[in-house]
Design a protein around this ligand. Sequence first.
Ligand code: ZN
Length: 76
Amino acid sequence: MSCFLCKGTLRKQTTNFMTDIDNCFIIIKNVPSLVCSQCGEISYTDDVAAKLERIVKAVRQAVSEVAIVNFQDSVA
Ligand SMILES: [Zn+2]
């Protein structure tokens, strides 16, 4: 698998995912990611992307301002 931007080599690495929705900040730690060794672009496998989406939805409903979630601990 290679980077869709620059065709560089992707390395498996855990990263932190951050997003904000309506002034609610959500940080998800220890996300299994693919990081381009050339341009640093971060991408996720379909499974991981789907789980991230589920976590964000679940957290958004439960939290009003800031949430920090560990990807590995989440059952979403
Ligand atoms: Zn790249």
